[in-house]
Design a protein around this ligand. Sequence first.
Ligand code: FMN
Length: 218
Amino acid sequence: MTTTDSRFKVILVNAGPHKSGCTDRALREVAGALEENGVGADVFWVGTKPLASCVACKRCTVTGRCVFDDRVNEFTSVACDYDGIVLGSPVHFGAATGAATAFFDRAFYSLRQRVGDDAFRMKVGAAVASCRRAGNTATIDQLNRYFQLLQMPIATSRYWNIVHGATAEEVEQDVEGLQAMRFLGGNMAFLIKAIRAAQDAGIELPAQEPTTYTNFIH
Ligand SMILES: Cc1cc2nc3c(=O)[nH]c(=O)nc-3n(C[C@H](O)[C@H](O)[C@H](O)COP(=O)(O)O)c2cc1C
């Protein structure tokens, strides 16, 4: 067991309805591997209270916070303290949960307003899905999109970042799925440390241009 290096930590978000269900079980395996590799890990559950989706009011462009003052603002007030973020969701009808979409849309949009376009630049992202049978890769693709818009490198595993089951006990039997979670945690820890080492060695991030919005009207 390596000692957790307090310089690095990852937040793992469970956007499923079960606090200790399948998604949580998968995230805990990733968290264990992160910790084994010297990176701290905190699991954040979105809960079961109704979550509004983004209403495009743009109030966050003024306040830096979502107009709906719920778990989303709790998350965004700590998210920037982390070096990496894992988005976890069960599959509901072949996609991430409604809560995941509502939560992550509002969180990432308002975070960008609060901290700027570079809010998560070079912080490492990873997506995890749990399902009973199918719809898992579509869910992973969906969750990865949040990282792709924020200049975040995506950590991967040796196979799909997916576990199968209807309960945490069933996930326990998905030995290959849990193994994929451990590979993911190890790879994520390495990427986080490698990015920090590059910065410490004086390798600078490329210069940024201000965004030009065209909205396809030109
Ligand atoms: C509304 C709903 C829709 C679901 N749709 C799917 C589905 O499309 N494909 C699938 O394999 N499992 C589906 N499931 C099962 C869950 O994805 C699966 O049991 C998951 O591992 C539960 O994770 P959790 O314990 O973190 O909630 C669905 C479950 C619910 C409640």
